[in-house]
Design a protein around this ligand. Structure first.
Ligand SMILES: [Zn+2]
Length: 296
């Protein structure tokens, strides 16, 4: 049977689901102006990813990697969550959940959001919610490829989330630096901040910080937790990524094998979609709020 694009049938399925998981890809943030790697204006067209997004590259030339990442981090900071981010965030409101997904088990609410995006726009969308639900909702967001706003110390491994910019004065205008400019390691982001005063304590050790994003050759984050959660999922909602590519393809297979349903929201068709139970084509900032019944 071809996938259904009937909103009423989808909403009935959502209303009877006990454990819902949302998997988001680059398409979720497209309307917020975040460039994808390979799409039009994609960053990999002008940069060789293997030179910039591996632990080896960072070890060899941390200045170059930071000069590449810091302007991207700034662009993520300037971007705003779109209607699709806000619709997902609204699922954290008890009144919304009671209306659209009343069968969710208490330990499955709000739905778990697994995002492949490191722009943290899904977390920033939660800022519009009342403080008492915001914190619990943030715990239900798994950034499997890390975040542009989290740094990890290469010495003590301390991680820290910060939306401040720049992370060090030398990176204030990194995009405008000459190609061959090398920022000394002492002027790159360091554990304890630019004012580091010689402490060697955890989280303030003065070590070189790296972006806590998952690079080529590194294992995505939260994989154990994700595998556990998928086992009991009876509705997987895939947003802004082809259901054919990993990890979506593997997640969908797990859920289908256990008798759950899969709904895909994506801009265009991709082979593999025919196995989904629901398919909503078009910009997800339009299709998702409509299908969830959460239009602002
Ligand atoms: Zn440190």
């Amino acid at each position: 049977m071809p996938p259904s694009s009937d909103i009423e049938t989808f909403q009935k399925s959502l209303a009877s689901s006990t454990k819902v998981i949302i998997l988001a890809g680059a398409g979720l943030s497209a309307a917020s102006g975040i460039a994808t790697y390979r799409g039009e204006g994609g960053l990999w067209l002008t940069n060789n990813p293997l030179e910039l997004s591996t632990p080896e590259a960072f070890e060899k030339d941390p200045s170059r990697v930071w000069r590449f990442y810091h302007p991207r981090r700034d662009r993520c900071l300037q971007a705003e969550p779109n209607a699709a981010h806000h619709a997902i965030a609204a699922l954290a409101l008890p009144t919304t959940l009671a209306r659209v997904a009343p069968s969710l088990k208490p330990d499955s609410a709000p739905p778990l959001l697994i995002t492949q995006n490191f722009d943290s726009l899904s977390l920033r969308a939660l800022e519009a919610l009342p403080p008492d639900v915001r914190e619990a909702a943030a715990e239900r967001v798994l950034e499997m490829h890390g975040s542009a706003f989290v740094t990890r110390c290469t010495s003590c491994q301390a991680t820290r989330r910060s939306y401040e910019t720049p992370l060090s004065p030398a990176l204030a205008d990194a995009a405008a630096l000459e190609d061959d400019c090398v920022i000394p390691v002492s002027e790159l982001p360091r554990c304890g901040g630019p004012q580091w005063a010689g402490s060697n304590r955890y989280g303030r050790c003065g070590g070189l910080l790296r972006p806590d994003v998952v690079w080529f050759g590194e294992i995505p984050k939260h994989m154990g937790e994700i595998a556990r959660q998928l086992n009991w999922c009876d509705l997987l909602i895939v947003v802004g990524t082809s259901s054919l590519v990993q990890p979506a393809a593997g997640f969908a297979k797990t859920v289908k094998t256990r008798g759950g349903k899969v709904a895909v929201f994506n801009l265009g068709r991709s082979s593999g979609d025919e196995d989904a139970d629901f398919l909503f084509l078009g910009p997800c900032e339009e299709t998702l709020p409509r299908a969830l019944g959460i239009e602002s």
